[in-house]
Design a protein around this ligand. Structure first.
Ligand code: ADP
Ligand code: MG
Length: 380
């Protein structure tokens, strides 16, 4: 049944966010969501072919964690970050040639990082002979927060260098390596022998983000579905019932019989023909999984009658709150992101910024030849 932001504010459902409902989560739940654990059961239902390189050698983990940004020397890579600028009439005043000399000599001094994980690097290269391009991830997370560093601003990787660059730049990948088991009540350390880090290389397919849905399962019952990309798509309302029916069938027939956790969150992609459901990922039923159009308190306490799944879509009435870009919180300082959402916030940020600069002894943001600083700020 359609469920809008307006409905929620009328019923007061979302107003009790101050309460903090307990959400039980075990190590086993997290392990069940590690890609290769569920892929073995549901590989017929993924969007494309997948190669899982496992275990990741320690040397590669160290390379991902290190601050050094050296990429493989061999193949030319597409990242604009490492593309040398070319002289043209716009920049001929510059001393590019000198810079290039320094850069080249510095680079050649650095050993090729792949020497330390040569076999693994060869495995990654081999995957690129099978798949033209890939969407990479580790056990739980994809580097969606570092797409800004790619030329095409997506996760599409055409070479091992692209993969390494994306992974090295991502906080989400850092989470998988060092924080995957944070926040559990059971604080006994996870034995390294219980699981291996893995690099998942999914053959790239162009995905229409409007047809991705996140589905919440609590105590083995499908309780809620949210669209995953939080833009407004007017056609979704029309096909909502069909989508719900497909997802419910997929859950009952495919997922439920074979997935062991009682509660979990699964992501699906449904092509516009609504003929098939593809499984994208399975995530822990836990606050660290983005609850999208629901709050975690709601998901933990929602009373759902059998077969009454709450299905939420972005309606045209609440698009404003999603004006920020997905994962944008990882691209810029949070203050700037918050401020971008309303005018008052932007004014406050500008005032704080001006104050910061002047107390620093540097130039005030206000125009030098205008003494009436405060009035100016109000007009920003
Ligand atoms: N094979 C693929 N080709 C292209 N994009 C993909 C592919 N598989 C997944 N994606 C995109 O990557 C996004 C993130 O993948 P996902 O496995 O859900 O990562 P995370 O768990 O970090 O959210 C998905 O929302 C989907 O848009
Ligand atoms: Mg996920």
């Amino acid at each position: 049944m359609p469920d809008t932001a307006a409905d929620r504010s009328e019923t007061g459902e979302a107003s009790d966010v101050a309460l903090f409902a307990e959400i039980p989560l075990t190590k086993q739940d997290i392990l069940n969501c590690s890609y290769s654990n569920w892929y073995n059961k549901f590989n017929k239902h993924t969007l494309s072919r997948v190669e899982i390189l496992k275990p990741i050698p320690k040397e590669f983990v160290d390379y991902l964690a290190s601050d050094e940004f050296t990429l493989p020397k061999e193949a030319p890579h597409e990242s604009s970050l490492f593309t040398k600028p070319r002289c043209n009439s716009d920049n001929e005043y510059s001393d590019w040639e000198d810079d290039e000399l320094v850069e080249t000599s510095n680079n050649s001094k650095r050993p090729d990082p792949t020497l330390k994980f040569n076999d693994f690097h060869n495995d990654v290269k081999r995957v690129f002979t099978e798949f033209k391009s890939v969407a990479p991830k580790l056990n739980w997370s994809a580097p969606q927060d570092s797409t800004w560093i790619m030329v095409n601003k997506t996760m599409q990787c055409h070479s091992p260098s692209d993969v390494y660059l994306l992974l090295k730049s991502s906080d989400y990948i850092n989470h998988d390596l060092y924080h995957a088991f944070d926040g559990l009540d059971d604080q006994t350390p996870v034995e390294p022998s219980t699981f291996d880090y893995e690099l998942v290389l999914r053959e790239w397919v162009d995905v229409n983000p409007s047809m991705e849905f996140r589905c919440f399962v609590r105590d083995r019952q499908l309780i809620a579905i949210s669209q995953r990309d939080l833009n407004y798509y007017d056609f979704l309302e029309e096909i909502q019932d069909q989508v719900l029916e497909k997802i419910a069938m997929f859950f009952d027939d495919v997922l439920l019989p074979k997935f062991d956790s009682n509660s979990f969150v699964f992501d699906v992609y449904i092509p516009k023909t609504i003929a098939k459901v593809f499984l994208i990922d399975i995530n822990p039923f836990a606050r660290k999984t983005d609850s999208l159009l629901f709050s975690w308190h709601e998901l933990a306490t929602l009373k759902v009658d059998d077969d009454d799944v709450k299905f939420r879509l972005v309606t045209k009435y609440n698009t404003g709150q999603f004006a920020s870009k997905a994962h944008g919180q990882n691209h810029v300082p949070k203050d700037v992101l918050d401020a971008s959402l309303d005018t008052a916030g932007m004014i406050e940020l500008a005032q704080r910024w001006a104050k910061l600069l002047s107390s620093d002894g540097t130039t005030n943001l206000q125009d030098d030849d205008d003494d009436d600083d405060e009035d100016d700020t109000d007009e920003l």
